[in-house]
Write a protein that binds this ligand. Structure first.
Ligand code: ATR
Length: 293
């Protein structure tokens, strides 16, 4: 049986000679919830657009971008494994994407392709909408120092926190990430050996590692007993929606923030860059939740 979101989509969609094309590329890509989320956003906002998923292997990336230019595809989201390589095919790279070293959103302005990164700012918008209105003056601990951490730390530096401490299994990666961001604010890198002491002082603890993601749902990146009751525990994982880290932190008296919002708001920013309109975030969330059911 069609869900309410499906029937709403069917009622409102009208593909005609003015319909504008959008899509997401990746390898693999058939698991992506971006088409469901963005098509719902277009219908909700009255945009005459269609968004689909393209399975693009690495050897076809250049051909795909040539196709974007030829067909006038207005917007593209980029996921694994193309976020770095795609930069070589674009005309301009936005400052944030350059600092992060990865692109997840392309805007096509009459053949001029610009790469943006909305992952980190999407995460921060979700954190502020759903858990902590202002990050100014906060002591923030980021668990992990990979690609996801880089985008998030970059976006956090724009929010005037008191400090950002990156804790990682491989200490050197944490130190390198911190030093690449240090021009912005008070950022340092430590090894996981120091987690207990850095968590004791933290207002917000963010897991950017894959620890606790399905199928390893019994793992947690940190002992929740080290967290301060009242602090915010945040996880970028959304499968499961409530990780062991979040469940333990909740029992410890922390406020918890799950990873679905990061996905919604990275898409919301993409929608806004492409259309110039505010994204219908509530409808986008509803569409994604429906797709998971
Ligand atoms: P992503 O782009 O998703 O961030 P990544 O660049 O591979 O992926 O980074 C994964 C992060 O999770 C790293 O910080 C990694 O720690 P290392 O730098 O020491 O490899 C961290 N990570 C992954 N599995 C982990 C585990 N079981 N325990 C602790 N940290 C882990």
């Amino acid at each position: 049986m069609a869900s309410s979101a499906d029937s709403k989509l069917e009622m409102n969609v009208r593909v005609d000679s003015n319909t504008v094309l959008f899509g997401v590329i990746g390898d693999p890509i058939r698991h992506s919830k971006s088409p469901v989320m963005l098509n719902r956003a277009f219908r909700e906002a009255g945009v005459n657009g269609i968004y689909t998923a393209f399975h693009i292997t690495t050897d076809k990336l250049g051909d795909f971008i040539a196709g974007v230019r030829a067909m006038g595809i207005r917007g593209v989201n980029v996921t694994i494994p193309h976020k770095l390589d795609v930069m070589n095919h674009l005309d301009r790279i936005d400052e944030s994407a350059r600092a992060i070293g990865a692109v997840n959103t392309i805007v096509n302005d009459n053949g001029v392709l610009t790469g943006f990164n909305t992952d980190g700012i999407g995460y921060v918008r979700s954190l502020k909408e759903e858990a902590e209105t202002s990050l100014a003056g906060k002591h923030i601990v980021v668990l992990g120092a990979g690609g996801a951490a880089r985008g998030i730390v970059y976006a956090l530096t724009k929010e005037s926190p008191a400090s950002i401490t990156i804790a990682n299994r491989t200490e050197q990666r944490a130190i390198e990430l911190a030093s690449s961001m240090r021009e912005f604010t008070n950022v340092k890198g430590v090894s996981n050996d120091q987690l207990q002491s850095v968590c004791a002082d933290a207002d917000i603890i963010i897991n950017t590692t894959s620890t606790g993601m399905f199928p390893n749902v019994d793992e947690s990146p940190v002992d929740a007993a080290w967290l301060r009751p009242g602090a915010v525990a945040s996880d970028i994982i959304y499968n499961p929606m409530k990780t062991k880290f979040l469940a333990d932190a909740e029992r410890q008296g922390c406020r918890i923030h799950g990873g679905l919002g990061m996905f919604i708001y990275q898409g919301a920013y993409a929608f806004e860059y492409w259309t110039g309109q505010p994204a219908p975030a509530a409808a986008m969330r509803e569409a994604v939740l429906d797709a998971f059911r």
